[in-house]
Design a protein around this ligand. Structure first.
Ligand SMILES: [Zn+2]
Length: 415
């Protein structure tokens, strides 16, 4: 294939082999030392490339670097953001596999035994990749295209500008962060220090995705304290924490779960349930596109807690419920020019923008609410967060193309 960006794919293949899984149970920043190690590796790479003002932010651990403007007039400073951590799935010893010239129809075996496959009947998106080169997992890990595709694409775009000083561009700042997958990465993002006037996360899915509407989100931890006594003499004494956990879950609307909702519908999602008679812990995420919809869902949780505590005793059910991010359209609607540049960049490259609201969140949701409008651009990956994750090399090249085109269009926005 034509290697317009020679180092893009080797760079990506190198990155995915580094284990950078974040750790939800950790309270450090970043949440895992694996992430720190990788950020330092990237810091060295950016230094070798010749970017400016490279630093790892002492509070939020973003690796930040700048490409100075080579224009003789001022344009808005572009920020490009992606995350280096991978989702909650095996990330040890990732062995990416390459399928060249895929026919768009065949079943792709992942592991040696053929236990796991990419089957177009199960994953119809495969039909879109006829003639392309796919990068897949070996069946036992995720790939980490989310979001090492974005990291590779941003760094490759910077490398391209550095190798082509004749191409004009304004100042660009890049931010590579940790802990996006555990929802805390952007908590302490420092908009002022970052110094961009507008930004994009490069963390979306297939070619064309342009996202500026996200869920509004909250997390919920439930702790239930039971009372364990001998079952033979338990009458009116035993409080079975697992039974109450069951009541809690059953008090939620049965149809408002991820597997039964789509489009603009929200949900309650039970992520984990651990316990004994003595105590039980549950972990949920709560999602809705509307702010008052999210509030209604949180009120519902509070009502359930109240009724269970009324029934079983005060303090039996305790919760810790926190807002995570809000639908970024509330901010973006006043900055639609940022969306339009991305739309126009894609159209100039014959890419049809797909602007469906994302049933998830991005670090851009948080960052937009901090005052920096940050829609999400596609990074190319499919089937994120598991063993069926894959990405086409061609998609990754197009993501770099879009970044370059956005920079070009921004040159016309003289300040
Ligand atoms: Zn991501």
């Amino acid at each position: 294939m034509t290697a317009k960006y020679e180092k893009l794919i080797p760079r990506f293949l190198g990155y995915v082999k580094e284990n950078t899984r974040s750790d939800e149970d950790s309270t450090t920043v970043p949440s895992s030392n694996r992430e720190t190690v990788f950020l330092k590796q990237l810091e060295t790479e950016l230094t070798d490339l010749g970017l400016d003002n490279i630093r790892i932010h002492p509070v939020n651990s973003y690796l930040i670097a700048e490409l100075p403007s080579n224009l003789d007039y001022e344009v808005p400073v572009l920020g490009l953001i992606s995350h280096i951590d991978t989702a909650d799935f095996n990330s040890e010893n990732i062995k990416p596999k390459i399928v060249e010239n895929y026919d768009g129809k065949s079943i792709i075996p992942l592991d040696d035994k053929g236990e796991y496959t990419l089957d177009p009947k199960v994953f119809p998106s495969l039909n879109n990749y006829e003639g392309q080169t796919l990068i897949t997992t070996s069946g036992d890990t995720l790939l980490g295209s989310d979001d090492k595709s974005g990291v590779s694409e941003i760094i490759t775009a910077m490398e391209y500008f550095l190798a082509h000083p004749e191409i004009k561009h304004g100042k660009i700042v890049i931010g590579l962060g940790a802990d996006e997958e555990i929802g805390t990465g952007a908590d302490k993002f420092d908009v002022k220090d970052f110094g961009a006037d507008f930004a994009y996360t490069v963390d979306g899915g297939p070619v064309g995705q342009l996202e500026y509407e996200t869920f509004s989100a909250a997390s919920l931890k439930v702790h239930i304290t039971g009372k364990d006594v001998h079952p033979g003499s338990a009458k009116d004494i035993m409080i079975n924490a697992l039974g109450i956990a069951n009541d809690f879950q059953n008090a939620l609307p049965a149809d408002e779960v991820p597997e039964k909702t789509s489009g603009r519908q929200g949900f309650f999602h039970l992520l984990s349930l651990n316990g004994t008679v003595d105590s039980a812990d549950m972990s949920y995420i709560i999602r809705d596109f509307e702010r008052n919809g999210l509030e209604n869902r949180k009120n519902k949780i509070n009502q359930i807690v109240k009724s269970l505590n009324d029934k079983y005793g005060d303090g039996i059910v305790k919760i810790d419920m926190n807002d995570q991010y809000y639908n970024m359209i509330d901010v973006i609607k006043d900055h639609m020019d940022v969306v339009e540049i991305a739309e126009n960049a894609m159209k100039n490259l014959d890419i049809e923008p797909d602007e469906a609201p994302v049933r998830g969140g991005t670090d851009g949701s948080r960052i937009s609410f901090m005052g920096l409008p940050t829609p999400n651009l596609f990074a190319g990956g499919e089937n994120m967060h598991g063993r069926y994750e894959y990405v086409a090399e061609e998609s990754m090249e197009k993501a770099v193309d879009v970044i370059l085109e956005i920079v070009k269009l921004n040159n016309e926005r003289k300040k």
